[in-house]
Design a protein around this ligand. Structure first.
Ligand SMILES: [Zn+2]
Length: 103
């Protein structure tokens, strides 16, 4: 993982995000480099900017939002999601909620 990897483990994150481990997933920490439960700090900041509560990240599928942009399986070669793909996920969840309200 490169040094611009925003994933942080509990040792390196500083203040543990609201919801704690419920919104962490397995990945490489961008600070210490160890494979651990990590938070994607940029992604969580992005959700906050979009007015989304971190509670929504710990919701269960299909109402949950991705916890990490990188694959939680470090041996998986799937490329990290872009913020545009994340925004599509946000849209998808918003739509499900809107439909649930009108029924
Ligand atoms: Zn770390």
């Amino acid at each position: 993982m490169t040094s611009n990897n925003p994933n942080r483990c509990a040792e390196c994150v500083g203040k543990v995000p609201q919801c704690g481990m419920a919104i962490a997933d397995t990945g490489y920490c961008g600070s210490c480099g160890f494979l651990n439960e990590v938070w994607d700090t940029e992604l969580l900041a992005h959700y906050r900017k979009r007015g989304l509560d971190q509670i929504e990240v710990c919701a269960s599928y299909p109402l949950s939002l991705p916890r990490l942009r990188s694959s939680h399986n470090p041996n998986n070669s799937v490329l990290p999601r872009t913020m545009a793909e994340i925004d599509q996920e946000i849209e998808r969840v918003a739509q499900i909620k809107a439909e649930a309200k009108t029924e």
